[in-house]
Design a protein around this ligand. Structure first.
Ligand code: ZN
Length: 147
């Protein structure tokens, strides 16, 4: 803790060093945890995403991570453990979101009352036609091209 906290505009009489006369600032906890999906270490505050353990394991199986299948089908893995929320990094959190373009997730969207984001219909090529008014200015040979 600083022994003296300077107020805004207040001059420091002591020429320093001011190792004890510092402004108090917010600090971040030093506890770190690995993200369950990518395995990278983050400060706990930065593991902002949340998903179920089952989703994490299912994704790992899909990616061919060793031991993920065994963990998923382990007899000790109860439903309550599988559906426990796990915190993950923001990057991995987006990977656990169902993707309407993914065939595996398509069923989820088909049975969901929630509307799936509709894909924009492909724009059809519009046939360009010269206006009949402008055609009136063309020579008879050029006009015949548009008939
Ligand atoms: Zn991650």
């Amino acid at each position: 803790m600083p022994s003296k906290i300077l107020k805004l505009g207040e001059k420091n009489e002591d020429p320093g060093p001011w190792s004890t006369n510092i402004l108090e600032i917010g600090t971040v906890g030093t506890r770190k945890k690995p993200c369950p999906l990518c395995g990278l270490w983050f400060a706990e505050e930065n593991l902002t995403g949340m998903s179920s353990l089952k989703t994490v394991l299912t994704l790992k199986v899909k990616w061919g991570v060793k031991g993920a299948q065994e963990k998923l089908t382990d007899s000790n893995m109860t439903a309550s453990r599988l559906y426990t929320g796990v915190n993950m990094c923001a990057f991995c959190a987006q990977l656990t979101m169902p993707d309407p373009d993914d065939e595996d997730d398509a069923e989820m969207f088909a049975n969901s009352p929630q509307k799936t984001p509709k894909k924009a219909p492909k724009k059809q090529e519009v046939e360009v036609k010269a206006s009949t008014f402008l055609q009136g200015f063309l020579s008879p040979e050029a006009k015949s091209k548009y008939k």
